[in-house]
Write a protein that binds this ligand. Structure first.
Ligand code: HEM
Length: 508
């Protein structure tokens, strides 16, 4: 048995079969949601046995907080991440902790997420949003929110990080790169889920064969971007000198202490990683936020009061870099959306040394547990009896005070937590602010939330009708500070004043 936890048996769903274990009952198209349903009555830690692979899941906030203790635990690669690694290689997300490429890439790329780098990305983010709005203004009518948010976040990450334009807004169909990437990700996901079944090796070979042309297309497109940059050198302001984008840093910068550089293959893996990790997560967060806001008119009104007060009466006004931190209600809306539906919904932890967790379960370095965030984030012990309800004001400072630490982790935990956290928050707030300022958004009253699962979570088939809006700052006069933002110290995506770096952890 793989991941056998020294033979410990945790609670598991009824109906376990002798060979297949708990395989029946899992939904291959919605593995997370089916696991959540099956886990409902199994307590804070449970297991699923799929043939000879044991999966141990943590859903209780207290155990999740214990696993966040970096002195005792570290990131581990689940079978799903090992499968993803076949596609994106040893990029930051899928690297093993002790791989030298991880620390090298981490040290080199961290400066690309400082405040001054973010200030350079700000106009690029605004321009991408404007392109989407130009499109909407031409088309009018209902829009496919998740699809359009995905186009937007894809363009944003690729233009800011690699100065590459996929031209998503001038196409009716997604760029072939996106389709190939999705196909390759799906192939990886299928391989990961088949992994423990009898005959898995043969099935994996077949999947690889079917997927080979997608992988080849993705690899060659990225190698083309790298080659183009080597030829064009450093002529563009987003590329040159101190203003280098991520690709420029990877190509031109040696490690300040060791002088080591990333090799070309690893650069390809990092680009792919940033494209994969840096867009669907944010577009899902935006889509969930829009879903909840548009079904709660009082919350939408509050959000519009905030955007009108900050941006004024002209719907074409773009927020300045400094203003983005002022949309405190929007930030709470995002925080709450990521509580209920953290779009990267799980991460995996192993102990550094043999230890007991929960005071009673022996866990060795080869054992791992998957933390299921949407369940941890709904633990009533921490979030109260109304944990399933959407309520952004949970994140007001007076309501957050005293909440158990390390129980809200949409961006992961510790040294391997999300390097793009502030990038994502800045982008998402900026886009939400502009959208709510510029448009009235009407949902289809018959729509019921359905969640698509790929690597990330995303509302499926969620449309909104958009109509131009006339902002009304007069209506919000006097309300902003007193009613919406009673504590001006909260939700400032604060910088450490001395180093001008974004805070690295995501602990709350
Ligand atoms: C709302 C948006 C986002 C969410 C919810 C999110 C969530 C996460 C989570 C949970 C992890 C840790 C995974 C683990 O422990 O296995 C992670 C890691 C990572 N994320 Fe994000 N992410 C978001 C946006 C972004 C963006 C915009 C970028 C790039 C600009 C990015 C790049 C990365 C990378 C490179 C890692 C791996 C870090 C490492 O291990 O060193 N993410 N993210």
């Amino acid at each position: 048995m793989r991941n056998d936890w020294s033979g410990t048996t945790f609670p598991h769903p009824a109906g376990r079969r002798p060979v297949a274990g708990d395989a029946f009952g899992a939904d291959p198209d919605a593995p997370l949601q089916s696991t959540m349903r099956r886990a409902a009555d199994l307590g804070p830690i449970f297991e699923l046995k799929i043939f000879d692979q044991k999966f141990v899941f943590v859903t209780g906030a207290e155990l999740a907080a214990e696993l966040a203790d970096e002195s005792r635990f570290e990131k581990s690669l689940s079978p799903a991440l090992i499968a993803l690694r076949e596609f994106v290689g040893a990029g930051l997300f899928t690297a093993y902790n002790d791989e030298t490429n991880w620390s090298l890439a981490h040290d080199l790329l961290r400066p690309a997420f400082t405040k001054s780098s973010m200030q350079r990305y700000h106009p690029v983010m605004l321009a991408a949003a404007q392109e989407l709005f130009d499109n909407w203004d031409q088309l009018g009518g209902p829009v496919d929110v998740s699809a359009d948010m995905t186009k937007l976040t894809m363009e944003t990450i690729s233009r800011t990080a690699f100065s590459h334009d996929f031209g998503s807004f001038s196409r009716t169909e997604p760029h072939p790169f996106i389709l190939a990437m999705i196909a390759a990700l799906k192939a990886g996901q299928r391989k990961g889920s088949l992994n423990s079944m009898p005959g898995a090796a043969l099935l994996a070979k077949r999947i690889d064969k079917k997927n080979a042309h997608h992988q080849a297309y993705v690899d060659s497109l990225i190698d083309g971007i790298i080659a183009e940059r080597r030829i064009s050198g450093a002529s563009d302001s987003m590329i040159a000198g101190d203003n280098q984008d991520l690709l420029g840093i990877m190509l031109n910068t040696p490690h300040p202490e060791t002088g080591a550089r990333l090799d070309d293959l690893n650069i390809r893996h990092q680009i792919l990683t940033f494209l994969v990790a840096g867009h669907e997560t944010t577009s899902g967060a935006l889509s969930f936020a829009l879903y909840y806001l548009t079904r709660e008119p009082a919350m939408m009104a509050k959000a519009q009061v905030e955007v009108d007060a900050i941006l004024g009466s002209d719907p074409d006004t773009e927020p300045t870099f400094g203003q983005v931190a002022k949309f405190r209600y929007l930030r709470r809306v995002l925080d709450e959306s990521l509580r209920l539906w953290p779009t990267a919904p799980a991460f995996t932890r192993s102990p550094r040394e043999e230890t007991m967790i929960g005071g009673k379960h022996l866990m060795r370095p080869q054992d791992w547990a998957i933390v299921i965030l949407p369940m941890v984030h709904r633990d009533k012990e921490v979030w109260g009896e109304d944990a399933e309800e959407f309520n952004p004001d949970r994140f007001l400072p007076e309501n957050s005070r005293g909440r158990m630490t390390h129980t809200y982790k949409p961006f992961g935990t510790g040294e391997r937590s999300c390097i793009g956290r502030q990038f994502a928050l800045h982008e998402a707030i900026l886009v939400l602010a502009r959208m709510l300022h510029r448009y009235d958004l009407t949902p289809d009253p018959a729509y019921e939330l359905e969640i698509a699962e790929r690597l990330t979570l995303m509302p499926r088939g969620f449309g909104l009708t958009i109509t131009p809006r006339r902002p009304d700052p007069a209506a919000s006069a006097g309300q902003l500070e007193s009613e919406i933002c009673p504590d001006s110290s909260i939700a400032q995506p604060g910088f450490q004043a001395t180093s001008q770096r974004w805070p690295s952890g995501s602990a709350k």
